[in-house]
Write a protein that binds this ligand. Structure first.
Ligand code: C5P
Length: 235
């Protein structure tokens, strides 16, 4: 069963230091990207209250805490996150079969809305040879982890746009969520395996996560609209 989205969606990463800044950015961008992402920096500052405010602003919320722990702890964390009303949660595929199953079971047992579970394959900040103890290429290792994610019942994987087409070909039941997106001409920052929005959509990305190219733009709303236009041009 193929799970591709017919219209790839933009997720804005609210990677700013304070809750007031995050909410101001969310209000500025309302009506552009349907999703926003709260990662470990912002969640550590602001906690669940921010997530509830984002839901109230009409956003779908992606809680990107990249869970990686023993199966019981991850299952409990997934239940807690679901209780806040988030729509998507990440965990590391490297947590393996039992951890991913425990997360899946936790979601399956929830009443009402069930968040999507996405497995992180290889962080887009890793260049070839930088992953401790891993000899495989980043693309091969990401594919190995994605095959696990498909078997373990996750909804999708987080991967570089460079890996999306190979993962889609081998794992049709998975959606691909791609960070490391850089409009042409913008700075790569610490990302190593980047792609433009149009390239990522053409490669099969279902969700694009974009932070600094929007947050650091002179006009974040215009930057988000340009990224959406670039995505549409490739869809
Ligand atoms: O600013 P930038 O567009 O690089 O932000 C990318 C966002 O996606 C950050 O919040 C980062 O934590 C997240 N992310 C990533 N690579 C992954 C998973 C998540 O860059 N593999």
């Amino acid at each position: 069963m193929t799970k591709a989205l017919s219209n790839p969606q933009l997720i804005v990463a609210l990677d700013v230091p304070h809750k007031t800044e995050a909410l101001a950015l969310a209000r500025t961008l309302a009506g552009t990207a349907p999703w926003c992402k709260v990662g470990m920096e912002m969640f550590t500052h602001a906690g669940p209250a921010l997530l509830e405010e984002l839901v109230a602003l009409g956003y779908k919320v992606f809680l990107d805490l990249k869970f990686y722990d023993i199966p019981h702890t991850v299952a409990q964390a997934v239940k807690a996150a679901s209780g806040i009303g988030v729509d998507m949660i990440t965990l590391h595929c490297q947590g393996g079969e039992r951890m991913c199953h425990a997360a899946r079971e936790a979601v399956a047992g929830l009443p009402g809305k069930k968040p999507l579970l996405f497995g992180v394959t290889v962080l887009t900040s890793f260049a070839q040879g930088e992953m401790p103890g891993i000899q495989e290429s980043t693309a091969d290792f990401a594919l190995t982890l994605a095959k696990g994610a498909q078997m373990w019942g996750l909804d999708g994987v987080v991967c570089s746009g460079h890996e999306a087409s190979g993962i889609k070909a081998s794992c049709p039941a998975l959606m691909c969520l791609c960070p490391g997106i850089r409009p042409s001409g913008s700075a790569a920052d610490d990302q190593r395996r980047t792609m433009t929005p149009a390239m990522a959509v053409a490669a099969g990305a279902d969700y694009l996560v974009v932070g600094r190219p929007i947050i650091a733009a002179h006009d974040p709303r215009v930057a988000a609209e340009q990224i959406l236009a670039d995505m549409t041009s490739a869809a």
